[in-house]
Design a protein around this ligand. Structure first.
Ligand SMILES: Nc1ncnc2c1ncn2[C@@H]1O[C@H](COP(=O)(O)OP(=O)(O)OP(=O)(O)O)[C@@H](O)[C@H]1O
Ligand SMILES: [Mg+2]
Length: 317
């Protein structure tokens, strides 16, 4: 089978995730390449390993660049720490004021706290950057390449983390508001309240998008090997808890040739795992991609991978 439904105009966000080294980056680029034939597409990497640049053999960074040799494809790297430090420096005053008015910390402690990373907040800021890009509306499709499994899950559960953080901050503010109102009889919303309100809106925007099956699709990438299958099972069950149900799965690195003894043995070795994949993920559209003789690097090989993903190839049960 081939990947289906991705060209639907409603579908904006496509996220690829899976175990380390299974081909997420290669498949994300190939998917973006295919979609860019009909839709203005932005390929987004949230992996700090700069793998898009390596694979596309072109420098890609924190600013959007057009991909050479393509018509409607651009790419950007959204790195969590950079997204977070951009957020902190852009809201330095409000964040300082939030801590000043809601805690007993002195100035030095506050400065120190602003340099500390709250666990998960950097992923939230990655996702905030992604949703800001989507809402800017310069592209029709956004394909996200993630770092190995845990990272994709953190990225997806990040709105919940931000929501919990906002709740704590709002509680602290509520005490402050109560104090001000008791002294002066009234309270007016200030820039800190506006910041919290805007962050709350961000959480809602991300959650709405992630849960909207028409606008967002998560595609797991797997290979026919024991560890990868186990990790995919875990990934799917964790995704299920966040209300995300994938429709299709990419099974990469499938050995097709049996011309040499080596290939024959690899193929035989993969057979039981392919069977297991077909049984475990029988409700998903399984898209097999052959193992190429050479590494997937540069537009030409990426285009070959694209054809494997998007042109019908019968799955053997
Ligand atoms: N079908 C394939 N045939 C041959 N080589 C492949 C195939 N798919 C991917 N590769 C190669 O396997 C390696 C890992 O692929 P890729 O970087 O896409 O995986 P990844 O899941 O993104 O890895 P990471 O978890 O490190 O981000 C790369 O060298 C790539 O060229
Ligand atoms: Mg990668």
């Amino acid at each position: 089978m081939a990947l289906t439904g991705l060209e639907s105009n409603d579908l904006e966000l496509i996220i690829l995730g899976g175990k380390g080294g299974v081909g997420k980056t290669s498949c994300a680029i190939a998917t973006a390449l295919a979609l860019s034939a009909t839709h203005k597409t932005l390929l987004i990497s949230t992996d700090p390993a700069h793998s898009l640049s390596d694979s596309l053999e072109q420098e890609i960074g924190f600013n959007i660049v057009e991909i050479k040799g393509t018509q409607k494809l651009s790419a950007i790297e959204v790195i969590a720490e950079e997204a977070l430090s951009k957020f902190i420096s852009g809201h330095q005053e409000q964040l300082k004021k939030l801590l000043e008015t809601s805690t007993n910390l002195d100035n030095e402690d506050i400065e120190q706290m602003l340099t500390l990373s709250i666990p998960g907040i950097d992923e939230v800021m990655s996702f905030k950057t992604i949703i800001d890009l989507i809402e800017e509306g310069k592209f029709e499709k956004y394909v996200v390449d993630t770092a190995p499994t845990g990272h994709a899950l953190r990225l997806i559960s990040s709105p919940k983390m931000l929501d919990d953080w906002i709740k704590v901050a709002a509680k602290m503010r509520w005490k402050y508001r109560y104090m001000i109102t008791s002294f002066s009889g009234s309270y007016h919303m200030d820039e800190v309240d506006t910041l919290l309100l805007n962050l709350k809106k961000t959480v809602k925007r991300i959650e709405n998008l992630l849960r909207d099956k028409k606008r967002c699709e998560f595609i797991p990438v797997c290979i026919p090997e024991a560890m990868a299958i186990m990790e995919t099972k875990r990934l799917l069950s964790d995704l299920d808890q966040t209300g995300i149900v994938p429709k299709q799965i990419i099974v990469n690195n499938v050995m097709e040739s049996d011309e040499s003894d080596f290939c024959k043995r690899r193929k035989q070795g993969q057979a039981p795992y392919l069977q297991q994949i077909n049984q475990l993920f029988s409700d998903l559209n399984r898209v097999e991609v052959p193992m190429f003789a050479e590494e997937v690097k540069g537009i030409e090989t990426l285009n070959r991978l694209k054809r494997s993903l998007f042109e019908q190839n019968e799955i053997k049960n």
